[in-house]
Design a protein around this ligand. Structure first.
Ligand code: SAM
Ligand code: SF4
Length: 325
């Protein structure tokens, strides 16, 4: 069966599934006042997520990423990982988490079939980490990362959002961290969303700051594979891990877009910074696979060429906890 593709010839092998909008952190750029409950449609059940996964896997998706909000607040997370992992095709099952309770549950998630783990750690300084997330938990998050490394998960990465107040010595600290750990730390340029304009204007740092640091310190870019995501990673002969950059504001960023997104309530989002989405819920409830494929195909024909962040337009995305980044 043919891989899902859009009108610009981009093929989609990667599906990000949000499991909830709820989050227990209060990251300054995302949910500075914490998650505020709003009435909305019920979350997709593990069975609906499995059905969704089956259709996308049948149409060429090879990697699912669970995200949120904070995906680990769901008690049925292990069940969801297990169902996606059991689908035919040997898909990767990835998760992006803030690391809350990672140390406690990573063995369970790995046993259920989790293959790729991304943990968001914006700073390796405990005080800065607390200021950014609202929680004094850096050590416990890092303990969880080390457990994941001990379990030899196929991929363990850290995400760090570039913020003016946390760069500077931050790059040296992260480099020290990867000296003996086979971890990629990927710095993400802060993105403007509907809610964070003032923070964005104060704190946005262009990725060129990191690139200059990497060049000064002897890091060189790794070769890229055809299905690589948007991160450009760098290596250094004296370091086991890698450092990388995700720069959504750079020209051409959207040209190699290989991902689609599903909201926690089962809407297909064509772009992180688009508007609304195409509801798949009725077809997930009836498990009508041909109709699901047809609806997704016709939606993909509408996928825009790229986001319009440079024009200051971030669609109806108020913050990334709504969609999972
Ligand atoms: N709660 C989980 C976490 O933080 O890892 C998963 C969801 S979170 C929305 C996914 C990723 O998006 C995190 O790495 C987070 O740092 C990043 N993120 C959130 N808001 C962002 C923004 N405005 N610009 C850039 N990255 C952002
Ligand atoms: Fe929560 Fe992740 Fe947003 Fe931080 S970035 S508030 S951990 S959803």
């Amino acid at each position: 069966m043919e891989t899902f593709a859009d009108g610009f010839g981009r093929r989609f092998r990667y599906l990000r599934i949000s499991l909830t909008e709820v989050c227990n952190f209060r990251c300054v750029y995302c949910l500075p006042n914490g998650y505020q409950k709003v009435a909305g449609p019920a979350l997709m059940t593990p069975l609906e997520i499995e059905r969704l996964g089956r259709v996308f896997s049948h149409r060429g998706v090879t990697k699912f990423r669970l995200t949120g909000g904070e995906p680990t607040v769901r008690r049925d997370l292990g069940d969801i990982i297990g169902r996606l992992s059991a689908l035919p095709g040997g898909n990767k099952v990835a998760m992006t988490t803030n690391g809350w309770n990672l140390a406690r549950y990573i063995e369970e998630w790995a046993a259920a079939g989790l293959t790729n783990l991304n943990v968001s750690v914006d700073s390796l300084e405990p005080d800065v980490f607390r200021r950014i997330t609202g929680h004094n938990r850096l050590n416990s998050v890092l303990e969880g990362v080390d457990r994941a490394l001990d379990l030899a998960l196929p991929s363990v990465k850290l995400n760090a959002v570039l913020q003016r107040s946390a760069v500077g010595e931050g790059f040296d600290r992260f480099a020290d961290y990867v000296r003996t750990r086979p971890v990629a730390v990927r710095f993400i340029e802060l993105m403007r969303t509907g809610d964070n304009l003032a923070f964005f204007e104060d704190q946005h740092v262009p990725g060129s700051r990191l690139l200059a640091w990497l060049a000064d310190h002897g890091w060189s870019p790794c070769l890229r594979g055809p299905d690589d995501g948007p991160a450009i990673e760098y290596r250094h002969p004296d370091y086991e891990g890698r450092l990388g950059l995700i720069a959504p504001y750079s020209p051409g960023f959207c040209d190699s877009c290989n991902r689609l997104r599903i909201t926690a309530a089962g809407k297909l989002r064509l772009c992180l910074f688009g508007d609304d989405g195409v509801d798949l819920r009725d077809l997930l409830a009836s498990d009508d696979r041909p109709a699901l494929e047809a609806r997704i195909e016709s939606a993909l024909a509408m996928k825009p060429r790229g986001h319009r962040l440079a024009e200051g337009r971030s669609g109806d995305t108020r913050n990334l906890s709504q969609l999972g980044g």
